[in-house]
Ligand binder design. Structure first.
Ligand code: KG4
Ligand code: ZN
Length: 364
């Protein structure tokens, strides 16, 4: 088909939450086919209903993989290896993708590998820009996770901070519900915030006290539940006064401003502590333009901030394929006993010294 042949061709499947995605990646960046089927039946419930999600995934997975294969112009027999998200995520959903890939790999006699969902998010930017490689600081912000990492090299990640309660995306979703906006809440809040004035409802920025020093154990950690409660209190007050409707854009702007400020401050602390020149954002909340803009505006002019394009920021199989390339290259491969794990821990993760000893060591 006149395509450049370089590197091995991987078929990857991702079904960790409500989306169903398949990708065919050749080498490190040649995305030959990529399909993401989203579900909209959860909107009325204000969140993903796991049983509905996995049942729908079971119905569409054949078609999703089929369409991605068609796009790629590659046949299943020409695929060199297969990959699938093995966790963390919703167990029923994970099993749909995992069983599909395991059966196909068995039937075709292909090697296959399980990928960690958050490691895959780390690789999303690398699909679009070869400079998006370690060492870097990564802020992974999705509906289920909020992680601040220092990637010393691919496969070795120092956990600097994480949320102490809600995930960042979860907070956007919950606040959107309080404000009567739809699900998912992130895009709705961002849109409302554009018309709003954050200064009308000053909200505290959580976890950012001037007394915090690098040896404070919450120096890199984040929290969103207090902010959510602060919004709730304002909503009740305004509702009581019959003024909520007109204030929705301003409250959305105030919440987004405080959330973005916290995420930016923590990311900059990580950049300073690690002396990194590169920052990688990943996960659905990385689609938030205010977040990327604020982080960029506070970084040194020669620093690089990588934000995946919207399609690659949210859950997708292309990033799973890219992470699989790295793992397969190292000679890793799964056996037929590979299982899905809702709480799979990230491979290569090391705790930051500050989190365990209350002191930051010098081996950054
Ligand atoms: O990574 P993702 O697609 O799925 C998970 O693994 O969770 O992230 C989904 C999350 C949702 O909570 C959604 O509200 C949030 O990402 N999100 C946003 C934006 N777009 C999606 N949050 C803030 N601003 C956005 N523009
Ligand atoms: Zn995700």
């Amino acid at each position: 088909m006149g395509r450049r042949v370089s590197g091995r061709t991987i078929l990857a499947v991702e079904t960790s939450c409500d989306d169903t995605s398949a990708a065919i990646l050749r080498g490190e960046r040649e995305l030959l086919g990529h399909v993401i089927a989203t579900q909209d039946m959860h909107a009325g419930f204000g969140g993903v209903v796991p049983e509905l999600a996995s049942r729908a995934q079971l119905r569409v997975i054949d078609r999703v993989v089929g369409r991605a294969m068609e796009q790629s112009g590659v046949g299943l027999a020409d695929v060199d290896a297969m990959a699938v998200t093995a966790g963390p995520g919703l167990i029923g959903s994970l099993l749909v993708g995992l069983n599909w890939v395991k059966s196909a790999a068995f039937a075709l006699g292909k090697p296959f590998i399980g990928v960690h969902h958050m490691e895959a998010h780390l690789f999303a930017s690398a699909l679009e820009d070869e400079r998006a490689r370690p060492p870097f600081v990564a802020l992974l912000v999705s509906g289920g996770h909020t992680l601040l990492l220092h990637a010393e090299r691919w496969g070795r990640y120092r956990l600097l901070g994480q949320t102490r309660d809600d995930a960042a995306g979860e907070a956007f979703d919950k606040v959107a519900r309080l404000l009567g906006l739809g699900y998912p809440g992130g895009p709705a809040i961002e849109q409302q915030a554009r018309e709003g004035d954050a200064a009308r409802h000053p909200l505290p920025v959580p976890m950012v006290r001037s007394a915090q020093r690098q040896d404070s154990e919450d120096y890199f950690d984040m929290s969103f539940s207090g902010l959510k409660t602060a919004v709730l209190m304002r909503v009740r007050e305004l509702e009581g006064a019959g003024r909520l409707e007109g204030e929705v854009p301003h409250l959305a702007a105030a919440f987004q401003n405080a959330a973005v400020e916290q995420l930016t401050e923590k990311t900059l602390r990580a950049v300073q502590a690690t002396d990194c020149r590169r920052v990688i954002l990943g996960g659905g909340v990385a689609r938030n333009k205010a977040l990327a803009d604020r982080i960029r505006s506070r970084m040194a002019p020669d620093a690089l901030v990588f934000v995946p394009s919207p399609r690659l920021a949210t859950d997708n199989a292309a990033m799973v394929a890219r992470a699989a390339q790295f793992r397969l290259e190292r000679g890793e491969q799964a056996g037929y006993d590979l299982n899905a794990q809702a709480n799979l821990s990230m491979p290569g993760i090391v705790e930051a010294p500050s989190a365990t000893h209350g002191r930051m060591e010098a081996d950054w």
